[in-house]
Design a protein around this ligand. Structure first.
Ligand SMILES: [Zn+2]
Length: 510
């Protein structure tokens, strides 16, 4: 009855209701008809293991997606292989519109993170998709899959590897396309689909595919579907990602471990040296003290600043959930902190602790450092600032184990091994295509759409820019508590449904 009233209202006014477009209501109605069938298809898809290196199953996944595309009338379906042999292909398809001059490519990935099935909650298995009546954290229980006449509760969750990261992306993009065609909607854009099979293994060969198939992968925009929506549960559009680089820092004491009674107070202790060195890099408020660390950052535009101001603050909720009361950078919110370059200690090691500890002075102390980068930062330059800082603290810096000659010459020695890395990427929110995409996503919800100039995490989106000169915008759909990359990964059904509506709206955007 309620639905009927909405239908009549839309028919009479032909406009939006509760901020949602009439197209969204039609897409939703189609989804409600199809959802049992889609759940069946999705669980079959999730049942195929998708771990890097499992070539046979990765081929099965790719073949399954080809079938999904075929069923939906998508044309020119192909497997795109990189130059390097033995790498899972990207699955490609297209839906061209006569006379269209603009193209959007939708991206998701079908490979998943490695699994340790012993860590999954009892009754769950990474490749036996299971339905629960909520989240495990809320003490949900396993339920039967609904019969074709039984209603589906959108709060139910499917537990399975890649349920959210990122087969949900593949599923929602393809079903969005199906819904839009079934509803008879017209589009301005050619649509292409690109589903990668190597993302969780680092996308090492993605650039080979982009280079090899560059002419057919030209577009006005890549829409990237990966990762979770905002912690508030609101829909999110992100215009960039941070870059990432690493450094492994080791400082040295004596050549062999010494008795802490016989030599303590005399022999240099690398654990103390490393502590002092690390402490010199950041103050008590989380500000990085390395010279010029924040210098190259490109300031946000007025639109971007406004968007950041409007991001709902999950800070109190997250602190409560995570069990601490004071953040680093006390003058900044979580969203603001993620727009700055950061220096993190990922881990530290020097001899043993607890039951394994002994009365020694360690010979070395090591810290793994992670540098997150924002637009303007060059990852090599940022690493060089770190090297310079270590030198300024009186260290001789090398990238190898110190030689005897070096040990005799320098009182303080640090080995700094710099990893490869990549720079941040950001598409301007001010571009007309970005504004049209924002309007399209807004047309699907009565709630606020969270606009993030950059996400905190890192994805190698720069490769799209570098090899195709392409623009990317990320539209994640998963629930924020989806346990991606860990055991008990899950997707909340409403997030899957929301994703379909969002992508359908983007496919039809101006
Ligand atoms: Zn992912």
């Amino acid at each position: 009855m309620q639905k009927l009233v909405i239908w009549i209202f839309l028919l009479l006014t032909g406009s939006q209701i509760f901020g949602q477009s009439k197209e969204t209501f039609n897409i939703r109605a189609y989804r409600e008809k199809q959802s049992h069938q889609w759940l069946e298809e999705f669980t079959s898809f999730l049942s195929i293991p998708n771990i890097a290196g499992d070539t046979v199953n990765m081929q099965k996944n790719a073949a399954f997606i080809q079938q999904m595309m075929l069923k939906r009338g998508i044309s020119n379906i192909q497997l795109l292989y990189p130059k390097t042999p033995g790498i899972p292909p990207a699955v490609y398809g297209e839906a061209l519109v006569a006379g269209a001059t603009k193209t959007i490519i939708f991206y998701a990935h079908y490979d998943g993170q490695p699994v340790d099935s012993t860590k999954w909650w009892k009754g769950l298995h990474p490749f036996k998709p299971t339905l629960l009546n909520g989240s495990l954290e809320q003490h949900a229980t396993i339920i039967n899959w609904p019969g074709s006449a039984e209603p589906i509760n959108p709060e139910w969750r499917i537990y399975s590897r890649s349920a959210s990261d990122d087969k949900a992306g593949v599923m929602s993009i393809l079903s969005a396309y199906e819904s839009m065609i079934a509803c008879g909607y017209l589009r301005n854009f050619n649509i292409k689909f690109f589903f990668e099979g190597e993302e969780e293994a680092g996308s090492d060969h993605l650039h080979e595919i982009l280079e090899k198939y560059a002419p057919q992968l030209q577009s006005n925009l890549w829409v990237i579907c990966d990762g979770p929506v905002h912690q508030s549960g609101k829909k999110m559009v992100a215009f960039g990602v941070r870059g990432d680089a690493h450094a492994e820092l080791t400082v040295y004491g004596s050549k062999r471990p010494l008795h802490s009674g016989h030599y303590g107070n005399w022999a240099p202790n690398p654990a103390w040296m490393l502590s002092r060195l690390l402490a010199s890099m950041k103050n008590d408020h989380g500000k990085v003290l390395i010279k010029g660390f924040y210098d190259d950052v490109i300031p946000l535009s007025e639109k971007e600043k406004k968007a950041v101001m409007e991001i709902p603050s999950p800070d109190a909720q997250m602190k409560n959930e995570l069990g601490f009361i004071e953040q680093e950078n006390t003058d900044k919110t979580l969203a603001e902190s993620l727009l700055m370059p950061s220096l993190n200690i990922n881990g530290m090691q020097s001899a043993n602790v607890g039951k394994l500890s002994s009365n020694i002075i360690p010979t070395t102390a090591t810290a793994s450092l992670d540098l997150r980068l924002v637009p303007g930062n060059d990852f090599k330059k940022q690493q060089e600032k770190l090297v310079k800082h270590v030198k300024e603290q009186g260290y001789f810096v090398t990238d190898k184990e110190p030689t005897d000659a070096e040990r005799k010459r320098y009182p303080k020695i640090a080995k700094l091994v710099l990893s490869d890395g990549y720079n941040a990427q950001r598409t301007s929110m001010d571009l007309p295509i970005a504004q049209n995409l924002i309007a399209a996503v807004k047309s699907t919800t009565s709630e606020q759409v969270v606009l993030m100039p950059s996400m905190g995490g890192s994805l190698p989106l720069f490769v799209f820019e570098k090899y195709l000169n392409a623009k990317t915008i990320s539209v994640p759909i998963a629930n924020h508590d989806n346990n991606q990359h860990a055991e008990n990964e899950n997707i909340r059904l409403q997030n899957l449904w929301n994703g379909m509506e969002t992508f359908a709206a983007i496919m039809m955007m101006k």
